[in-house]
Design a protein around this ligand. Structure first.
Ligand SMILES: [Zn+2]
Length: 526
């Protein structure tokens, strides 16, 4: 089956200036890219006035946890409707493989964020996922999930023998075709891993020329996981740790979802860039990062709890002395971080309480005549401590603009579809938002497309993807920049301006209509 895309503006993923031309695909391969293609095709699609790009690659995803659900398609569709054809998964220390299939700790493998239905080896995952994917997946193995599979949330440091066992899972995954591994130093149980275990894991990945992605220990100027008084800001200390692991292990390193939580963290952008530029450009080390397009992200409702408060029983937590201490702690974080109650939007409390969804804490508090803290604690309780929120002030416009122009960054969503409650806008509108911002900021579109395609493919060493190039896989996204539209007031708004999406030569979106189909593959490292 030959399909000819005729008369579009070609952005080939290399970052060079676009040119008008045609793209011919046959089955799952691109066979020709040229200014005029005269070959006969079974189907010709007129794309004049549109832009044609390689299928977009989401550099940071958790969509390896949803393919085996009965309602799997709903978890992938909004990403396809953004033009995404490939997602890099297994981030933030979480992967649904890398453990014994009979592990007694199945409930801990997703760190409380994701439900792992079918734990097992990488080979098990590959077999189960193949033929059941709506987009392509580039798998990484998460250290936290390996650790959880072995010892749950046990904080004890690992012995040499335990580290050896951990590495056996890494080897199985890397030999099977995984692209690397991930850390998530803010999450249980990965936060308990000590340096020897961390470096051993990264070294094992490096042996296979894999990449290591890291959710750092701090995302703000101060954070709960470091002592309060330190020489450097906690955000910088988190970066230093990542650089140190790279030096000690020799791995290729990706600092995941670079963010600056709270207004007072924003000023650290320059300092962080300086460190990364020194490592990458002066010292020639393989380190880089990825970023979002929106100013806020999803979190659990208890995210502002200090560790001591989180450990209290509900009765203890209600004692006035503890409430007062919590109030002071939160006040301090509000001041020091530059983040406040109105930066917190309720996403989900419980099935019985949809009335709070989409409202800020002060909005809820005003309606019920409560103080902000009391309102917040009421919501925590109503949700059984399992509610979710959107937390604001990761960035301002200048930071997003700077990161979009930054040589080291590629683009990602880090979002997933929620079963209930308010959806995360990033799961629906991130990549179209990047296109719109590029226009607004005057950033050349070829540079933006490259950060969604070729650059990402190069960084993760994804074979035969990321470029419109003869012989490459037919992942194709056709967009219409003139009608590109998002709606920040509606998180689950379906963006406009994505015209055709092909995954491995199969049309999953045609003429702006979603078609779907299990066209995705588990991509394996060569
Ligand atoms: Zn993360």
């Amino acid at each position: 089956m030959k399909t000819l895309f005729k008369g579009g503006l070609i952005y080939d993923g290399t970052g060079r200036k676009p040119f008008k031309g045609d793209v011919l695909i046959e089955d799952d391969r691109i066979v020709k890219v040229a200014e005029k293609i005269r070959n006969k095709a079974d189907k010709t699609i007129d794309i004049s006035g549109y832009q044609i790009c390689p299928g977009l690659i989401d550099a940071h995803s958790h969509n390896d946890f949803f393919y085996d659900r009965d309602d799997a398609e709903k978890f992938y569709r909004p990403f396809i409707e953004q033009g995404i054809t490939t997602q890099i998964t297994g981030n933030c220390s979480f992967s649904p493989f890398g453990m014994d299939k009979n592990t007694p700790h199945r409930d801990k493998i997703g760190g409380g964020l994701f439900d792992c239905k079918n734990p097992g080896s990488f080979a098990d995952f590959k077999k189960r996922a193949e033929g059941n994917l709506f987009v392509n997946i580039v798998p990484l193995i998460g250290q936290g999930s390996v650790r959880a599979g072995m010892t749950g949330y046990d904080p004890a440091p690992y012995t040499k023998a335990q580290i050896e066992e951990e590495l056996s899972y890494v080897r199985e995954a890397m030999e099977g075709g995984a692209f690397g591994g991930s850390f998530g130093f803010m999450y249980e149980p990965d936060r308990y891993a000590k340096e020897d275990e961390i470096v051993a894991f990264a070294k094992e990945i490096a042996k296979y020329d894999g990449i290591v992605t890291v959710h750092p220990r701090a995302n703000s100027i101060v954070s709960a996981d470091y002592p309060l008084i330190t020489k450097k800001s906690h955000l910088e200390m988190g970066v230093d740790e990542v650089v140190d692991i790279m030096h000690k292990s020799g791995c290729r390193m990706e600092y995941s979802h670079i963010i600056f939580v709270g207004e007072r963290s924003w000023k650290l952008l320059g300092k962080l860039q300086k460190t990364f530029y020194r490592e990458a450009f002066e010292n020639g080390n393989p380190i880089a990062y990825d970023n979002y397009a929106f100013h806020y992200g999803a979190s659990v409702i208890t995210v502002v709890f200090p560790e001591w408060y989180a450990k209290l029983t509900p009765e203890e937590a209600k004692k006035p002395a503890n409430r007062r201490k919590l109030e002071l702690t939160i006040l301090m974080y509000r001041k020091v971080l530059g983040i406040d109650w109105d930066d917190m939007v309720v996403a989900y409390i419980s099935d019985d309480h949809p009335e709070y969804e989409g409202k800020t804490i002060p909005q809820c508090a005003a309606e019920e005549g409560l103080e902000n803290l009391d309102m917040y604690l009421k919501l925590v309780e109503l949700s059984n401590r399992a509610g979710s929120i959107y937390l604001g002030k990761y960035y301002n416009d200048d930071i997003v603009r700077s990161l979009m122009n930054d040589e080291l960054s590629v683009f990602m969503t880090d979002a997933w579809i929620e079963d209930k409650g308010l959806q995360n806008i990033a799961a629906f509108q991130t990549f179209p938002q990047f296109f719109i911002l590029a226009k607004k900021y005057g950033i050349p579109m070829e540079k933006i497309v490259r950060k969604m395609t070729g650059k990402t493919a190069d960084r993760y060493k994804i074979p035969e993807r990321g470029y419109l190039k003869e012989g490459y896989k037919a992942d194709i996204t056709v967009i219409d920049l003139d009608t590109m539209k998002v709606d920040e007031s509606k998180p689950d708004f379906r963006p406009e301006g994505i015209v055709h999406v092909y995954v491995n030569g199969q049309a999953v979106m045609e003429d702006r209509e979603y078609k779907g189909g299990k066209a995705g593959k588990v991509i394996l490292k060569k």
